[in-house]
Ligand binder design. Sequence first.
Ligand code: 0L1
Ligand code: MG
Length: 262
Amino acid sequence: MKLDKKTISALAEHLESAELNARDVVKITDDHPDMDWDDAYAIQDEIRARKERRGVRIVGLKAGLTSHSKMKQMGVDTPVFGFLADYYSVPEGSAVKVSELIHPKVEPEIAFVTKADLRGPGCNIATVLAATDFVMPAIEVIDSRYRDFKFDLKSVIADNTSAARFVVGGTMKPVNGMDLKTTGIVLEKNGVPVAFGAGAAVVGHPAAAIAMLANELAKRDQFVPAGSLILSGGITEAVAVEAGDNVTLHVQGLGQVGLRFE
Ligand code: 0L1
Ligand code: MG
């Protein structure tokens, strides 16, 4: 690690304040060009610890930057991982207040809920599917705290991978008999289809993103506990939204889920 504890704590406060006050900041590597991957995850872990100290519950995990279109959109080449806090969760069909966010975008995703612990290293699609209780449609609302979504991978990891809000809904289905690789999705904004794709867009198979998450956590002596909700990553590019927008995600065989912005 290149940063000391005091700097990690100050950067966590800086990024969390930006989130809580919906105020954008410049990417932290501008001032800390030497920070490494461990520093980036340590800042994210400190943001998580700050929330937990205030009584916020962590209700899930996420993989981000998992699709080729998303990686291309952001000019990066590796997935990233973050956590989901309780207040990120939005009831199906309800409204997200854009005044609480900086510049929200939505991503169509498949959520996994696990029934067994997933411990890396060595997790793969098969181990993930065997540990999966059910899958369901999810829309993630991302909101990078960085001005104009201009960041690099280390800055975005520290910023909890832009996690802001999410909704899950539709039909919960066990993975037996489902081919998540060819499962199709259509994302509609205000009734107009704006993004299309299939599960394979997420590193070849959505379960592969969950395996990568478990293998990454293992490097830090952590694991995915049974009963976890995990967003496996956007299937398409993220779509910008504003007050007044209605977004619906249709997932083949899993129904639909939606939310509004006000
Ligand atoms: O969930 C995601 O794919 C977001 C990762 C962070 C990058 C971004 O803000 O687009
Ligand atoms: Mg996402």
